[in-house]
Design a protein around this ligand. Structure first.
Ligand code: FEO
Length: 401
């Protein structure tokens, strides 16, 4: 387990988790993830972030290739979430740092998570800096990207931005740099991460990028705490540009139809709605929740103009996978969507009303009443679904051209 040099005396010393399959609800199958940590060897030695509990040995082994553990002077805790601080107690015990630097909210989170009364915690804020000798650490709080404690650190002498969760990807790889992997696959993992983690904080992502640009920082490397690292100015420009697009949630003429189905009636309704959408040139994704998980769906929702959700009525409500989907989607706060509800029923038929309420609670515009069909849709009854797709397809075409 070797460290990887990013630029002179700046090393990746993190851990790769090939087996992670569920990251607080974000489904990371089959990609796994990485927990990145970074070491800077200067007159003082600084170690940034740590890794999830259970992966501490892997990180410490890499650190030990660069420096004896007790020579680490400073620990920088950019984020206290457990994927980056689970091994912190072990790290503190092994390195006995002179200082542990974190944001004001980081200190609060650290004291709530750890028995750390005797840790040498020092609070830093936006504008604070610390000299390592030849290099300087400049701190920038990035609150709510993705917790209140998040902070980024910039090293101007090397142009390195250690960005914490921002610009990450949940992707376990043997490669460490984005120029070593397929770009379309990288974009997929970057987008999926954004859609499943950063989406509700899109305005904060936009503001953070504006702040960094207004500061005129010469960023030559972006080192996120998950996934692959950006080490050329072209790649830095590429990911900043992509993040601007993601944070703007710029919509395409596209709809997502997500549903569960008991005996294929609701599925037929989904196909009929799609037929209506296609008449107005709207592309669509049909996503049966027995085939796609809620993270797959969000990967498609972020740039869709419309979201249709369907479920048959089961025990006076919607099927459980649909309830899960709606709960997950609501938390990620997609903006500016048109919504549609549909589903079959046998007797009571509450599912469509409940889905309608959930979509309205997300602030979606529902120009068409939800469509319910008794038991098995006839060809005639499916015309109501086609019409729903047609009406919403036209609304999308009118909106996006
Ligand atoms: Fe990668 Fe918010 O933790």
């Amino acid at each position: 387990m070797r460290p990887v040099e990013i630029c002179q005396d700046v090393y990746w010393v993190g851990a790769v988790d090939w087996e992670c399959r569920n990251f607080h609800g974000y489904m990371t199958a089959p990609t796994g993830t990485t927990y990145n940590a970074f070491l800077i060897k200067d007159e003082k030695i600084a170690l940034f972030d740590s890794v999830k509990a259970g992966h501490g040995d892997e990180m410490l082994c890499r650190v030990a290739h660069v420096t004896p553990l007790d020579k680490v002077d400073y620990l920088i805790v950019n984020h206290v979430e457990m994927d980056h601080s689970g091994s912190l107690p072990e790290l503190v015990a092994r390195t006995k740092p002179e200082k542990i630097l974190t944001s004001p909210m980081g200190e609060r989170a650290m004291r709530a998570h750890f028995d750390c009364a005797d840790w040498p915690i020092e609070v830093v804020k936006t504008g604070s800096s610390l000299s390592l000798g030849k290099r300087t650490l400049q701190f920038l709080e990035t609150r709510m990207l993705h917790w209140p404690d998040n902070m980024a650190t910039f090293i101007p002498e090397d142009g390195v931005l250690i960005s914490s969760d921002a610009f990450g990807q949940n992707w376990a790889t043997s490669e460490r740099f984005v120029d070593e992997v397929d770009r379309s696959r990288l974009q997929k993992e970057l987008d999926r991460y954004f859609a499943n983690i950063v989406l509700p904080f899109s305005p904060i992502a936009q503001k953070t990028i504006e702040t960094i640009e207004s500061m005129g920082l010469d960023v030559r490397f972006i080192c996120p705490d998950h996934g692959l690292l950006f080490r050329t100015k072209d790649d830095v420009a590429w990911v900043v540009s992509r993040y601007k697009e993601l944070a703007a949630q710029k919509q395409k003429k596209k709809a997502v139809l997500v549903y569960d189905t008991m005996w294929h009636s609701t599925e037929r309704m989904a196909h009929a709605i799609a037929t209506g959408l296609s008449e107005h040139g709207v592309t669509f994704k049909l996503m049966n929740l027995h085939v796609f998980d809620h993270s797959d769906v969000m990967e498609e929702v972020w740039d869709a103009a419309a979201v249709f959700v369907g479920s048959p009525t089961h025990n006076n409500g919607m099927l459980p996978k649909v309830a899960d989907m709606l709960t997950y989607m609501k938390g990620l706060k997609p903006k500016g969507k048109i919504g549609g509800a549909f589903g079959s029923y046998g007797w009571s038929g509450e599912a469509v009303k409940d889905i309608t309420g959930a979509l309205e609670a997300m602030g979606m515009d529902l120009p068409v009443d939800g469509v319910r069909i008794l038991y098995v849709p006839t060809h005639e009854q499916l015309k109501a679904c086609v019409e729903m797709g047609r009406t919403i397809g036209k609304a999308i075409a009118d909106k996006l051209g």
